[in-house]
Design a binder for this molecule. Structure first.
Ligand code: SAM
Ligand code: SF4
Ligand code: SF4
Length: 401
């Protein structure tokens, strides 16, 4: 499929047919997302942030995911397939990226609206030079209740062994590492750059050694690709202090050739795990939590905290839009209200146009207040393609996970 720069490509084809076609004809990359932006408007009447912003469905704004780069050193086939994200792909130029100061300023304004948790993501966030300096700036911010933000990072782990200590020293609280299997051949095939499992495991070790707490490992499960790695992964991380979370393979973006028959529903996954390892369901720790928690049990059938827990993120089979409190800030300063959005609201123009804090905060408020997004709840009733109203969805590597 060819996409014109105005971002109104024809609806895509599904599955392998679409992929083969893409390989044969060369896909023009995702410049469209960067052009098709909505202007964030400053209302005539400024409104002071209260920390209590809610959207049309009563969902508060609590979680801000900040993408710090659209580049990555992996080519996971479910996220940045090699045939699309090749040497001709148009990544954002450096001057399009928000600077650390711009990111921190926006994060402060979002926190005034109620954000408590900040997750740095990408692309691969550790590719952004001196990321620890951004962490140090963000760690100076406070929530409306005067608390430190919960500051975390999602990474493919490839550079973590080198960076964990500096990130922790800068004020990072937690880290989530993506790892799709322990079998080296499977993992090398999935990341598609021949990256070894051992180096990611070394990154996780380094994160523990640096004192980062609540380390999580995310495994995207694709039926027929790495579902045989579920049990080895569970056994490996059980009792280590690292929480493994299984993510249903999602139809995010427009390039991964997603097919429902490659999704392994979490209910089936938990069934497979429970056949081998005793587990009990645990209650959620906070509203808006994406993962359903299952704890390993002791001989009495009770959760044993020393053995830890696993999580399942059922983004496809069990929508959790009803309490989705997440906003996403793209690398170039666009605010997205949903992972499946086709357009973002341009905040960079306000930042670089000399708008005051009051004006930017006033522009953010109505965007969230008018939010209606609930893609996962509607998925089954929507046409089976990767567009919405003719516009293409943004890629996960562009707005972050
Ligand atoms: N590069 C970093 C990493 O891989 O952890 C951060 C960015 S990545 C886009 C964030 C998360 O999204 C990762 O855990 C990744 O596995 C997940 N992800 C990417 N594409 C996905 C898909 N199609 N379905 C489910 N999860 C996906
Ligand atoms: Fe890169 Fe993360 Fe996407 Fe894999 S999932 S290609 S590591 S951004
Ligand atoms: Fe939130 Fe959109 Fe995902 Fe629903 S589909 S949980 S609204 S990001």
């Amino acid at each position: 499929m060819r996409v014109n720069p105005a971002g109104r490509g024809k609806p895509s084809m599904a599955g392998p047919m679409r992929q083969n076609h893409a390989m044969a004809e060369r896909v023009i990359p995702l410049v469209d997302q960067r052009i098709a932006a909505l202007a964030a408007k400053v209302p005539a009447q400024a409104a002071a942030p209260t920390g209590l912003l809610t959207d049309t469905r009563g969902r508060p704004l609590r979680d801000l995911r900040i993408s710090v780069t659209d580049r990555c050193n992996f080519r996971c086939n479910y996220c940045m397939p090699k045939e699309v994200f090749d040497k001709d792909h148009a990544y954002l130029p450096h001057n399009a990226l928000l600077s650390f100061e711009e990111i921190t300023r926006l994060a402060r304004l979002f926190m005034a609206h109620g954000v408590r948790k900040i997750r740095l993501t990408g692309g691969e966030p550790l590719l952004r030079k001196n990321l620890e300096e951004l962490v140090a700036q963000l760690a100076q911010l406070r929530t409306v209740d005067g608390l430190l933000p919960d500051l975390t990072l999602t990474t493919n782990g490839s550079l973590l062994a080198r960076k964990a200590r500096a990130l922790k020293d800068a004020g990072l609280n937690r880290v989530t590492v993506s790892l799709d299997g322990l079998d080296d051949a499977v993992f090398r095939r999935m990341n598609d750059v021949n990256f070894p499992v051992a180096d990611v495991l070394a990154g996780i070790e380094a994160a523990h050694a640096a004192g980062l707490s609540h380390i999580k490992v995310n495994m995207v499960v694709k039926r027929g690709t790495n579902d045989h790695e579920i049990l080895p992964m569970a056994r490996h991380f059980r009792g280590t202090g690292t929480t493994l979370r299984f993510i249903e393979y999602m139809d995010v973006g427009a390039t991964n050739g997603w097919r429902m028959d490659e999704v392994l529903p979490s209910a089936e996954l938990i069934g497979r795990l429970r056949a081998e390892l005793p587990l009990v369901q645990l209650s959620p720790t906070s509203p808006g939590e994406t993962a359903e928690r299952w704890g390993y049990t002791n001989a009495q059938g009770q959760h044993d905290p020393a053995l830890g827990e696993v999580g399942v993120i059922s983004s496809v089979t069990q929508a959790f839009c009803h309490d989705c409190n997440r906003a996403r800030l793209s690398t170039e300063g666009k605010l997205f209200l949903c992972l499946f959005a086709t357009q973002g609201y341009d905040l960079r123009t306000l930042l670089r146009g000399g708008a005051t804090d009051e004006a930017i905060a006033s522009a953010i408020a109505p965007i969230w207040q008018q939010r209606t997004d609930r893609y996962s709840e509607l998925r089954s009733s929507l046409p089976a393609d990767t567009t919405q109203g003719g516009a293409r969805r943004v890629e996960m590597s562009y707005i972050g996970g």
